[in-house]
Every structure is written in structure tokens, then in C-alpha cells.
Design a protein around this ligand. Structure first.
Ligand SMILES: *Cc1c(COP(=O)(O)O)cnc(C)c1O
Length: 386
């Protein structure tokens, strides 16, 4: 099976992890701050807080922004469930803004209408989580202008988008947000096996996230309520979790960061190749934007033919049976049974639901060979012609 995504591990990565295994610290050593600095410097953020997953990063970001009971978090239906679950972790309620049919990300018009209605009924969200689906930034200029107008915080879910740029600067510099979150799961752009990281320009948010990732405990006298009682002393000054990244993971991350630009360039080349090779099939293909450079985490095509959309499950099975590891990103979150129990229904977010009917993710990762690519296109052409 040609998988839709796969990690790229070289000898330098293996050596970096092995070196940590033979060192004094497997966790809470020097590699985590080194990785945090590598990512923060790359994206141009003052602070980077590494954790054990992007889900944890989203959670501590919500905590740092003070999201709690009685508050609201809004995200989009076309995302992984983690983007909205973190609102529920905090005791907040969750709602969604529909996507734009072209960009597949949060629709600024839908956001404007929903914010305006929420302002009238006194139900504005505290936190907005736009998702840079497939690695391409949302329209952050318009989204952040609206968020500022209505006093809403923004956490960018850039799980797909490390190495992407927007408006001439790296995704993650938080020019249009409070906090940006990255994922390092093996299918993403770079990996630490499991792992995530939050960037911010705000020292207070960084400090709050550092506390939240490690039990709310500090050894920093400046954060304590009173004088130290001795060399052993620490204080728990907030609620927190054990969301720490290990040094093994961080060392892998440091090594992977050195190849980030090359990995993204390779993904872009593959996407460009698909763009030409698939041009004559009955598919809607992703576009290449001039104002933003995608990290090309996913290559999502849309089925143009209504009967092929209706029979997508069958097409999916036939492609899988022939070794093409197609996938689907994502099932609209509001249609998940758990979210249905919270009151969401089919029809609530029609653009997202139409996207779900048409979308198909093709294999895209740096290890794809020319043979793999040819096979994907040949088999897809044959199955679409049936
Ligand atoms: C992968 C992903 C997450 C969760 O990342 P983990 O590191 O697996 O916790 C959250 N949001 C989106 C959009 C993702 O793709």
C-alpha cells in the first residue's frame, strides 16, 4: 500500500536520538529547549513551548487564554476532532464556522455573520481556532481583523503548516494571532513521533503555557507566592498536566528541523507534479496561491461527478484494494456521534458537508517515488473511468 503520509527518517535523525539514549537525560534535559529555540527562531516567534502532542498544545493554549466554563470556542467542522475537543476539556462550549468552498478553510464571511449575530445575543466566543487545512494558511488578515473588532482571541491550528508562509512571513510568527500550534505526528511535515509545540510573542502566555504543561509547578522565585523555603522548594501556582515532550523526541525534532525546508520543497514538487498529471481527470484540484506558500501536508482532490460522489465509499475501497492509500480529511466534526449529543445536526454547516461528500486525500509524502506517483495516477484514472 502506498500510504497517504509517512515520516522521513535519515541516519542523522537516528544518530541524534541514539546520542540522547546514551546521555544523562532522557527527559527534562537540554534537547527540549534546543528544539523550542529551533522552531521559534525558524518561524520568528519569541517563545516556543514543546509538549507531547498538538492536542496538548491546543489545550494549554486555551488554558493560557483563560478559556473556562461559560466561555465559547469556535473552530471549523473540517478539522481533526482535537481542534474542538480542547474547548470541551476546558469546560467551554464549542461551535463551528463553516468553511469557504474554494479555500477549504474558515470562511471570513460566515465568521463575520456569526460574530455579528453572537454580539447581538451576547454569546461571543472567547477563542477562535482557524485551521490551516492541508498546510495552507487561512485568510488570517480578514479573520484577525474580525477577531480584533469583536475582542476574540485566536489560536492558529497549524498542525499541517510548519514550513508554510503567509503574507510574506512564516506561519507561526503569530502576526495575526495570540498563539500558533504545530503537530509532529509522523504523518505531518516533520515528526517527533508524538509531539506538538505552541509559539507566541507574548511572555505572559508563554509562562502560563509552561506552567500548564508541567503540573502548574514552578521553581522560578518570580512566579512564587512567597520566599523559597530551601533549595528543594517548588510551588504549584496553577492547575497543570504532564504534557512534557521527552529529550528523545526533541532531539529528533532538532534533526528534522534542519531538513524542514527541503521536506516542504519536495512536497511542493510532488503537488506540482500531481497538478499536471491529474489535469484531465474529472477532479477539482488544489490551487497554488500567490500570497501564501502551503506546506503541502495533504493533497486533497474533489470528485466532480455527482454519481462518483455518491459512490465514493466504493471508489475508496477499490483504490485501497489496488494499493493506493487514499484517505479522507476530515469527517465534519459536528456530525460525529459525540457532537450530535451536544445538539449538532446534519445540515448545520452545508459547505463542510458538501466538501466531505466530494473530498479524497491522495498519497503525498517526501518518500514517494516516481513509480509510486505513476501508479497513483494510473490507478485513479482507471477507477474514475469505470
Ligand atoms: C494532527 C492534528 C491535530 C492533533 O495533533 P496531535 O499531535 O496528534 O495531537 C490537531 N489538529 C489538526 C488539524 C491535526 O491535523
Amino acid at each position: 500500500m502506498i500510504p497517504y503520509g509517512r515520516q522521513s527518517i535519515d541516519e542523522q535523525d537516528v544518530a541524534a536520538v541514539t546520542a540522547v539514549l546514551k546521555s544523562d537525560f532522557l527527559t527534562q534535559g537540554p534537547q527540549v529547549p534546543k528544539f523550542e529555540k529551533a522552531v521559534a527562531d525558524y518561524v520568528g516567534a519569541a517563545h516556543g513551548i514543546a509538549v507531547n502532542s498538538a492536542t496538548s498544545a491546543l489545550h494549554i493554549a486555551c488554558m493560557a487564554l483563560g478559556l473556562g466554563a461559560g466561555d465559547r470556542l469556535w473552530t471549523v467542522p473540517i478539522t481533526f476532532v482535537a481542534s474542538s475537543n480542547v474547548g470541551l476539556y476546558c469546560g467551554a462550549s464549542v461551535d463551528f464556522v463553516d468553511i469557504d468552498a474554494q479555500t477549504l478553510t474558515m470562511c471570513p464571511k460566515a465568521l463575520e455573520a456569526k460574530l455579528s449575530a453572537a454580539a447581538s445575543s451576547g454569546s461571543l466566543p472567547k477563542v477562535l481556532v482557524p485551521v490551516h487545512l492541508t498546510g495552507r494558511s487561512c485568510d488570517m488578515i480578514r479573520i484577525s481583523a474580525l477577531a480584533r473588532e469583536y475582542g476574540v482571541h485566536i489560536i492558529e491550528d497549524a498542525s499541517h503548516a510548519i514550513g508554510a508562509t503567509y503574507d510574506g512571513s512564516p506561519v507561526g510568527d503569530c502576526r495575526y494571532s495570540d498563539i500558533t500550534v504545530f503537530s509532529f505526528h509522523p504523518v505531518k511535515i516533520i515528526t517527533t513521533a508524538e509531539g506538538g509545540l505552541a509559539t507566541t510573542q507574548d511572555a505572559a502566555l508563554a509562562s502560563a503555557m509552561e506552567l500548564a504543561r508541567s503540573h502548574g509547578v514552578t521553581r522560578d522565585p518570580a512566579l512564587m507566592t512567597g520566599p523559597s523555603e530551601g533549595g528543594w522548594y517548588y510551588q504549584q501556582v496553577a492547575m497543570g498536566y504532564n504534557y512534557r515532550m521527552t529529550d528523545l523526541q526533541a532531539a529528533l525534532g532538532v534533526a528534522q528541523m534542519e531538513r524542514l525546508d527541503a521536506l516542504v520543497a519536495r512536497r511542493r514538487d510532488l503537488a506540482q507534479w500531481y497538478h499536471t498529471a491529474l489535469a484531465n481527470l474529472p477532479l477539482t484540484l488544489p490551487t497554488f496561491e500567490s500570497d501564501a506558500t502551503s506546506a503541502w501536508h495533504l493533497y486533497v482532490v474533489g470528485l466532480n461527478d455527482p454519481s462518483q460522489r455518491r459512490n465514493k465509499a466504493d471508489l475508496f475501497d477499490r483504490l485501497r484494494a489496488r494499493g493506493i492509500g487514499v484517505n479522507l480529511h476530515y469527517i465534519p466534526v459536528h456530525l460525529q456521534p459525540y457532537y450530535r449529543t451536544l445538539g449538532f445536526n446534519p445540515g448545520d454547516f452545508p459547505i463542510s458537508e458538501a466538501y466531505y461528500e466530494a473530498a479524497l486525500t491522495l498519497p503525498l509524502h517526501p518518500g514517494l517515488s516516481q513509480d509510486d506517483l505513476n501508479t497513483v495516477v494510473r490507478v485513479l484514472s482507471e477507477e474514475l473511468a469505470d
